[in-house]
Design a protein. Sequence first.
Length: 85
Amino acid sequence: MNARERSRGARTGRGADGIREWFTPGRIAFTVLAVLAIVFIFENTERVEIRVLIPVVTMPLYLALLAMFVVGALCGGYLFRRKTR
């Protein structure tokens, strides 16, 4: 097998090189954070009262935190988006 065939096999994800490519530090960190988020959701299912300006809203804690996460992600994405020209 020459160098060209080895590199082609790595790009297609075949063999041990493909498995090592898939398990990058970023993907491992993302998986760990996703599992921790799921555990957090199942541990925080009680209802809480939240005052949003005037009305009082009663909802599960994990939904309130998820909503704030989405708002923060949208704001961060807007502020730090790359400008292409």
